[in-house]
Write a new protein. Structure first.
Lengths: 531, 401
């Protein structure tokens, strides 16, 4: 609740509850956005602590700190926490805060659903992490130890941590689907008069596609984990060859959700980028229409490429060729986005405040993710990369540099608008440089580890991998510690700081900048007219 | 150690052309490597046609994406330097291509990317797939690989030879109580032996969860899936010892099930195979004679430590709740067989021979010999404080199969 100051204390006419009850019962999009973002920040540190324990174990060959069973629990829960409890809620927090402000709507279309969508998250996070504590009291054998992918039959064999994780995924899925319905309904029905779909801010477009992807794919994940649950407890054989099932069926179902999930995490960030780049280049967004169609194209392509996640499982040659080429095809709409981002900067008048630094860092590092993704699509080369540290490095460039650094861009960009105060620019820049340098220190060595043949998800490794692992661990600890600067900067910004104007940034454009900073508790009660 | 991969003489000429480009790409990588050992920046030396082709593709692709990266971000960085407010640059107002020339410039990158995706990278990629999946033609011999938690079983179906290969690294090295050896975690008690210059069709399956058989120098990685057969092939061109690991998370000891392949000239391979056959015959003969309890205990201890100790621990205390203790276990301390000499459901003999569905406890009757099973059962009933005082003969196991 660190962003509580956004709500001016005096609103006696509403007769709203105060204290904890206010947050439990709120239907205000700004309050709910704040809760999503706070929850996300807390879980970002929870997931980060888990992986620092993992990196500490991997600092040197040999088992020093933990047993392999516990190691396997940490890696899987780290991924689930980071994806479902840190990155997705952060994007939903942005959506809650910004979509009504950007489209001139008084609130989200379904405010009570909105409240419920948020309050499902804490129980899910508890379900996900509770088995760790239960194991301390001798109940069960710890959390999910199958990696975040739940692959059957390992997950059929697993302990009760798997059941906890299945239920957590169900609840998180319900929450996300409710959030998505709310966003779609809001964007379709509550735009200010005159705001046609092709005048909709790109951030809203990015989220609109995300919302459709969530509704299309989350039910498939829910179905897959339910089948897993019945295989575990009710004698079905969906994933057991002895009963006529197929373990690879699980992988197909999982990745039918799992691949679009990557774009679910990234599309809101891609939507945000043009706003930031255009603001700090003091120049209109380049290629608005091209970006909208690229979002749509990526959304469609993302649901037809899933099998590239398990080329090594073995499939017919035509299937291999199809999944390879369809995956490579994603590079085209993605290249359109890169082109538009750089063309937006081209011939502008750039300044490099913290949000702009993060945006530029995002473009460069996410470029590495995209380019390595292009070669991962190649089936023969993938036989070497697959399940090696090369893949680990690749998807952290996509999800940390692409996802988390994108979220940080948004936080620095909008924080003054939310709080009415400017954050500490020096600390922000320091946070950026420490993050970028230590991130690369952590993950560049992992590319080489993968090429040299180190498999992922192993608690101990051969001596030839020792040097790079040591470097990677040092990088990871610097990266983790640097994030304390981020938390401190947000906290102190909510407490006070220099007052900012309505239009926080010189080059900012859009309805959200017409409102006061912080915006009133209820904004756009009279919708603006868009010309 | 930096391994700069070499090629066979057949393709050396083609490679000389690309040597310059490769050298340029590797140059920055070589700098720190000259200072210290242990850094490797590319795939290890390829020893099969597939691995060579994969390395070639990988090198070309790295060159392509590095070029794309440098060109794109050089343009961006140029803009970041030239178009700054502090240097007095006035912002333009354009928001899309205007005029034919700008459209041309905007579309050129996508034409180039299309060409890279579907021609420059696409064509060699399709050829590589077709080669990789060519498992059906001209195989000289078949090797069946079965993944199990957490070891590999190798079978030569034509010769009737079958054995299990497990990690040979001592536990003390893993626990840092002893200096780690050169091949720490990449050494096994019994490597699989293959002839060089022969096309080996590799069939893969698993008896419990999904494992992945991977030897980086072969360029081959394929899942072993329970209840299904998957296939791939290797043609090793150079004698040597090649090491790899399981690549699919398969539970507790996923990091401790290496693959070690010993590639030898064909005569040596055939001699080895004959020796294996003789050994198998001797072991089968062992089931027909009566064993003393001490013999069974010694046999059982050796096999227990190789096959059972990973879960049930060397002291029989297990890792509850996932891996139950055998010390004081009701099942182990239950009756051996029923009054007619048949297996009792869920008894000790039943568990060892037929496993427990849905858990890591495998059906060992498929992978262990009569003597080994009799040894394990006898050993477990009379160790870790269990004092049943009875034993089971290999001949009895043979009859129970």
């Amino acid at each position: 609740m660190s962003l509580a100051t956004t709500h001016p204390a005096a609103h006696p006419e509403h007769h709203e509850p105060t204290g904890l009850l206010r947050w439990l019962t709120t239907t205000n999009h700004k309050d709910i956005g704040t809760m999503y973002l706070t929850f996300s920040l807390i879980m970002f540190f929870v997931g980060g602590l888990m992986i620092l324990a993992v990196r500490a174990e991997l600092f040197q060959p040999g088992l020093q700190l933990m047993k392999p069973e516990f190691f396997n629990q940490l890696i899987g829960v780290h991924a689930l926490v980071m994806i479902f409890a840190a990155l997705m809620p952060a994007a939903t927090g942005f959506a809650n805060w910004m979509i009504p402000l950007m489209i001139g709507a008084p609130d989200m279309a379904l405010p009570r659903l909105n409240n419920w969508g948020f309050w499902l998250l804490p129980p899910a996070a508890i379900l996900l992490t509770l088995p760790f504590s239960l194991a301390l009291f001798g109940i069960g054998d710890g959390a999910l130890a199958t990696g975040w992918t739940f692959y059957a039959p390992l997950s059929v064999q697993g302990g009760m941590g798997v059941d906890f994780a299945i239920l957590a995924v169900h609840i998180l899925g319900i929450s996300s689907i409710m959030g998505s319905i709310n966003i779609i309904v809001t964007i379709f029905n509550m735009r200010a008069p005159g705001m046609t779909m092709m005048k909709l801010p790109l951030f809203c477009w990015g989220w609109l596609i995300t919302a459709f992807l969530l509704i299309a794919t989350l039910p498939v994940l829910a179905g897959a984990v339910t089948m897993l649950l019945t295989d575990r407890h009710f004698g079905t054989h969906f994933f057991d060859a002895a009963g006529g099932g197929d373990p690879i069926l699980f992988q197909h179902l999982f990745w039918f959700f799992g691949h679009p999930e990557v774009y679910i995490l990234l599309l809101p960030v891609w939507g945000l980028m043009p706003h930031v780049l255009s603001t700090f280049s003091r120049k209109p967004t380049y290629g608005y229409t091209a970006q909208v169609y690229s979002f749509i194209a990526i959304g469609i392509l993302s649901v037809v490429v899933w099998a590239h996640h398990f080329f090594t499982a073995g499939m017919p040659v035509p299937a291999l060729i199809y999944f390879m080429f369809s995956t490579m095809a994603i590079s085209l709409p993605l290249a359109v986005l890169f082109f538009c981002w750089i063309a937006t900067m081209w011939k502008g008048a750039m300044t490099f405040e913290t949000p702009m630094l993060f945006a530029v860092g995002f473009i460069v590092l996410f470029g590495i993710a995209g380019l390595t993704g292009l070669i991962l699509a190649d089936v023969a080369a993938d036989a070497q990369y697959h399940h090696s540290y090369f893949v680990v490095a690749h998807f952290h460039y996509a999800l940390f540099a692409g996802g988390i650094m994108g979220v940080m861009t948004g936080v620095y960009y909008w924080l003054p608008k939310w709080t009415g105060h400017m954050y500490n620019e020096t600390l922000g820049k320091l946070h950026f440089w420490l993050t970028v340098v230590s991130f690369n220190l952590t993950f560049i060595p992992q590319f080489f580890l993968g090429l040299a043949g180190m498999p992922r998800r192993i608690p101990d490794y051969a001596l030839q991998f020792a040097e790079f692992n040591a470097i990677s661990t040092i990088g990871a600890f610097i990266l983790g510690l640097s994030q304390l600067l981020f938390a401190w900067n947000i906290w102190s910004c909510t407490r006070g700081g220099p007052k900012v104007e309505n239009r926080v940034w010189e080059g900012a454009d859009g309805l959200e900048w017409e409102l006061s900073s912080p915006p009133p508790h209820h904004s756009w009660e009279t919708q603006p007219q868009i010309k | 150690m930096v391994i700069v991969p070499q090629d066979s003489s057949a393709s050396r000429r083609r490679w000389r052309l690309t040597l310059l480009r490769r050298a340029a790409r590797l140059a920055p990588a070589l700098l720190p490597a000259s200072a210290s050992a242990g850094y490797s920046f590319n795939f290890p030396e390829p020893v099969t046609p597939i691995a060579r082709e994969t390395l070639h593709i990988h090198n070309e692709f790295m060159l392509i994406i590095t070029t794309l990266f440098v060109v794109v971000f050089a343009i961006m960085i140029y803009s970041m330097i030239r178009h700054r407010k502090s240097s007095g640059h006035q912002p333009s107002k354009f928001s899309g291509p205007t005029g034919a020339l700008q459209w041309f410039w905007a579309l050129i990158p996508f034409a180039i990317l299309l060409f890279i995706d579907f021609v420059l990278m696409g064509i060699p990629a399709v050829q590589a797939i077709i080669n990789m999946e060519d498992t059906k033609t001209k195989a000289d011999l078949v090797l069946k690989v079965t993944g199990m938690q957490w070891k590999w079983q190798y079978e030569y179906p034509d010769a009737g030879v079958k054995f299990i290969s497990t990690l040979a690294t001592p536990r003390d090295q893993i626990a840092n109580a002893e200096t780690k050896g050169e091949h720490y975690l990449l050494e096994v008690d019994k490597p699989v032996v293959l002839p060089v210059g022969k096309k080996v069709r590799v069939l893969l399956t698993s008896i419990d969860v999904i494992h992945t058989w991977w030897v980086p120098q072969f360029g081959v990685k394929r899942d072993a899936i329970p209840g299904f057969l998957r296939e791939t092939w290797v043609l090793i061109e150079k004698p040597g010892i090649y090491r790899g690991q399981c690549a699919e998370l398969c539970g507790k000891d996923h990091g401790f099930m290496p693959v070690v392949v010993h590639a030898v000239p064909e005569p040596e391979y055939l001699a080895w195979l004959e020796a294996q056959k003789a050994e198998a015959k001797a072991a089968a003969g062992g089931a027909d004679r009566t064993w003393s309890r001490d013999e069974l205990m010694a046999q059982g201890k050796a096999v227990y430590e190789k096959v059972c100790a990973a879960c049930h621990q060397p002291d029989g205390k297990g890792l509850p709740p996932a891996f139950p203790a055998l010390a004081g276990s009701k099942i182990v301390n239950g009756p051996l067989l029923d009054m007619n000499g048949k297996v009792i459901t869920d008894s000790h003999v039943d568990r060892v021979m037929h496993g427990k569905a849905g858990t890591a406890m495998q059906a060992f009757s498929t992978s262990l010999s009569d003597v080994e099973l009799a040894g394990i059962i006898t050993y477990e009933r009379n160790s870790f404080g269990n004092q049943m005082g009875d034993m089971i003969q290999p001949a009895q196991i043979k009859a129970l199969r």
